[in-house]
Design a protein around this ligand. Structure first.
Ligand SMILES: *Cc1c(COP(=O)(O)O)cnc(C)c1O
Length: 379
């Protein structure tokens, strides 16, 4: 098992990328190396490790695995998804303008509002499902296009190939938040995007026990050098154990995501027939406006299902309180299914419908999840 002899199928890549049998001990599981400092020649020569903010063995291994999964040129791991998002935005100069999916992750929009506004960044929230709206919102100082698809929690689908091509043709850097889709379902870098972002807290980690983020680049570029510079200078990097846990998560990512998508499809179909449910948002349903596009650019439709409860906000809150197998909690991507009233989590400025519940489907048997939600809706 030589390092990065990964094979070309993603299940194989997931198990082997970034891993090698320890040459010293023969250990099959990677060692955890917590050292912050590394011996080096006195004149500073050599290209080995120096100091762990700059680079470290477990982080390197994780970065190699994520690079391989996204078929990119390089990756940079961060201590959270938002630290990765912050690094992208800090590559921009004050005065720059960003176009961002208007229903992107709430934390991304609040980072732009609360932190990057002081940096002098302006942004416009735009419907990235509509390329004409994107074109119209562009300004002379637009430097970055930020796309999230499927979006959260409405699961709207934007056309990555069209957007990636448009950005490249106009000299605008592009980043896709690929947290919901994972590289198992969609690969934005192959559709023209410059960068791909992950909250590895979610599917990559997969067990709701580690916070992390990552950026993967399509190519070495001045943009990528700037990202690396923020990572190494600002230092929002994962520790050795976090990187080790995330690499362990990578190995089962394809299996987990496929099982979760199959469960989500079953749940969405069951909810679509439920009398207490007024609307289901899931791209795997033929009635979803993004279904055809999702079928084209994704290998499956994801494992998050949002639905609106016919009885309104009070009924939605009641259902979330009545689940037994699911847990009422925020976040997503773990092996256990979670449900949440998204508008409450997002706060008073949330645009999410008040009667909407979002489910992150785990790897439990779909019949059990459906039974639990049915019972909670009718209790
Ligand atoms: C959770 C999430 C983030 C933020 O990641 P953290 O690891 O919580 O900092 C960004 N984008 C999406 C789509 C997310 O779900």
């Amino acid at each position: 098992m030589a390092d990065d002899s990964t094979g070309s199928n993603i299940e194989t890549v997931a198990v082997h990328a970034g891993r090698q049998v320890d040459p010293l001990t023969g250990a099959v599981s990677p060692s955890i190396q917590p050292s912050t400092t590394f011996r080096h020649p006195p004149d500073g020569s050599g290209d080995g490790y120096l100091y762990s903010r700059y680079a470290s063995p477990n982080r390197d291994a994780l970065e190699r695995a994520l690079t391989a999964l996204e078929t990119g040129a390089d990756a940079a791991a961060f201590s959270s998804g938002m630290a990765a998002a912050n690094a992208v935005l800090q590559t921009l100069k004050p005065g720059a303008h960003v176009l961002v999916t208007h229903d992107a992750y709430h934390g991304t929009l609040s980072l732009l509002d609360e932190v990057m506004a002081h940096w002098g960044l302006a942004y416009t929230g735009v419907d990235t499902c509509d390329i004409d709206a994107v074109r119209a919102a562009r300004r002379p100082e637009t430097r970055l296009l930020w796309v999230e698809t499927p979006s959260n929690p409405m699961l709207r689908i934007a056309d990555l190939a069209t957007l990636g091509t448009w950005a490249a043709q106009n000299g605008i850097a592009s980043v896709c938040d690929n947290t919901f889709a994972t590289p198992i379902l969609q690969r934005p870098l192959t559709l023209g995007f410059d960068l791909c972002l992950h909250s590895t807290t979610k599917y990559v980690g997969g067990h709701s026990d580690v916070l992390g983020g990552a950026l993967v680049t399509r190519e070495y570029s001045p943009l990528w050098e700037a990202v690396r510079s923020v990572q190494r200078r600002a230092g929002a990097v994962p520790g050795a154990f976090d990187a080790w846990l995330l690499l362990r998560g990578v190995a089962t990512l394809p299996l987990r995501v496929r099982a979760q998508c199959a469960g989500a499809q079953r749940l969405a179909e069951a909810l679509a027939d439920h009398p207490q449910v007024s609307r289901v948002h899931y791209p795997g349903l033929p009635t979803h406006p993004g279904h055809t596009l999702a079928a084209k650019q994704m290998t499956a439709f994801g494992a998050v299902v949002s639905f609106e409860v016919a009885g309104g906000e009070a009924a939605a809150l009641r259902a979330a309180a009545n689940v037994e197998l699911l847990t009422c909690a925020t976040s997503l991507g773990g092996v256990e299914s979670l449900i949440e009233h998204r508008a409450s989590v997002e706060g008073p400025d949330s645009a999410t419908p008040r009667n909407l519940l979002r489910v992150s489907v785990g790897i439990e048997h779909p019949d059990d999840l459906i039974a639990d939600i049915n019972r909670a809706l009718t209790a």
